[in-house]
Design a protein around this ligand. Structure first.
Ligand SMILES: [Fe+2]
Ligand SMILES: [Fe+2]
Length: 179
């Protein structure tokens, strides 16, 4: 049985991960408006990842006989002035998520909940990647400055991010011919 404090904070995290999804969905729309389809694509793959993060917590609670509580989602932000502002927000948001993951680890330790530790170790490591990616792209954009060519090249590069196999978020999976 999952300890109640662990269940409660994991239910909070399901919400946080879906709010990440929602935030990144807003950024996808913004990037498309700016004709930055590569950035939009990269964020689509990231948005997909966020739903898998939420579902890892969802399944963990269910598998351990706990009750899932789906909390209300907030729309965190809808508009940005520049692509750099959006990427900096993504980085700041991932730092916020890292703090939330660490807070879960703290509760897991206080409750001696050894069963939750392997999954939480995975999330601690995953957050290194999430911060590195969003910070890295922010820094590249800063270096590019006002160069249109630089922005074009970076956008092309971000268009190459691979979908996880069989992703239902890949537009190819839902824009089927004749459908
Ligand atoms: Fe996440
Ligand atoms: Fe990731």
């Amino acid at each position: 049985m999952i300890p109640k404090p662990v269940r409660d904070i994991m239910n909070e995290q399901i919400k946080n991960e879906f709010e990440s999804y929602y935030l990144y969905l807003s950024m996808i729309a913004y990037f498309h408006e700016q004709n930055l389809d590569g950035m939009a694509h990269w964020m689509r793959v990231q948005a997909h990842e966020e739903t898998t993060h939420a579902m890892k917590f969802f399944d963990h609670i269910i598998d351990r006989g706990g009750e899932v509580a789906l909390l209300d989602l907030k729309q965190l932000k809808l508009a940005w002035k520049t692509p750099l502002e959006a990427w900096k927000d993504a980085y700041a948001h991932e730092q916020f998520i890292t703090a939330k993951i660490h807070a879960i680890v703290k509760v897991v330790r206080e409750e001696n909940d050894y069963t939750a530790e392997p999954m939480m170790n995975w999330f601690v490591k995953e957050q290194i990647e999430e911060e590195k990616n969003t910070d890295g792209i922010s820094r590249q954009l800063e270096r590019i400055g006002a160069s249109k060519d630089g922005l074009y090249m970076l956008d092309k590069e971000l268009a190459a991010r691979a979908w996880p196999a069989g992703s239902c978020f890949d537009p190819l999976s839902y824009n089927l011919p004749g459908a």
